[in-house]
Design a protein around this ligand. Sequence first.
Ligand SMILES: N[C@@H](CCC(=O)N[C@@H](CS)C(=O)NCC(=O)O)C(=O)O
Length: 359
Amino acid sequence: MSSCLVLHQSSNFQWLNKQTGNDQPISQWVARDDKSGEFKRGVSQFRNFISREPGAQFPPEKGRYHLYVSYACPWAHRTLITRKLKGLEEFIPVTSVHWHMGEKGWRFVTPDERLPGADVHPDPLHPQFTHLRDIYFDVDPEYKGRFTVPTLYDTKTKHIVSNESSEIIRMFYHEFDDLLPEPYKSLDLFPPSLQSQIESSNEWIYNDVNNGVYKSGFATTQEAYEKAVTTLFSSLDKIESHLASRQQIENKLTYFGDGITESDIRLYTTIVRFDPVYVQHFKTNLRDIRSGYPAIHRWLRHLYWDVPAFRETTQFEHIKKHYTKSHPQINQFAITPVGPVPDILPKDEEVKAVVAALK
Ligand SMILES: N[C@@H](CCC(=O)N[C@@H](CS)C(=O)NCC(=O)O)C(=O)O
């Protein structure tokens, strides 16, 4: 453990003044001096790549890299789905943090805690570390940024390879292919023929939907909230008509092409959290998915119920408790709403009002 880390852990003064390495408390989602009240997501700081190119700094190797995630987090969820779809579970071990994010950020569970989901355990690489931030400061005592999941860590060089989910999933697409058996080796989640469509939809779906729910929920002015929520719902309307025509005209259940692609992965992790959390916690309540967006609902339930990589990486207890119990500025008493029940509907059930409307 670096001496700097000991300093961070032992001094309350340091905690108060350096909670994110940039003098903002962890829970300060909108910068204090930002009068717009708009949530602006920071840029990830570690941006290296695992590559199978000869001489690469981070070559693909079984067991070399460790992935730190939270089951609650939609960005980390992308990496868990991709890892499973590509058959990388034996190659890239995972540790999930506890669902609660406090003033010191994400923490590891203690040895006696039992939470749902695979791989929720203390940090196996640094058993003395209590929080994810300990890894960031161990790697860089001067780190100035947020301590985010996913974090892809190299056990050999003791560096963070990347803490940017959109890039981690792309490393998983092909860089390990030489080590993988079929059918994982030839699974292409970003096929050349669809890349430009995927890229251009990523841009607005990221801004308006994936990050849009946070812009709505973390807004600190009425104007910022209304701007985010109306943009979010007009983008959901656009996604609904795209998926409805895919389902009705092309008879396809995925977002583009014939199989699952990056677009499905990136959209799913927001949509599966929408009804259970975002509708009430982030006030994204012009409609919900189950009663307001039939084509999105059908697409969501196809991925959840028919594709194990989606269902097995979706842990509703982590999701519901994380948001509702980690944001005191939004939910002072940390009460987790019971509904909606169930978290996700079976494929052959609809909410009663939808059934009545269809009669
Ligand atoms: N752009 C990053 C965002 C990751 C991110 O913001 N993760 C959240 C959890 S959902 C986090 O760890 N936040 C901790 C913090 O900001 O203090 C990515 O896609 O990987």
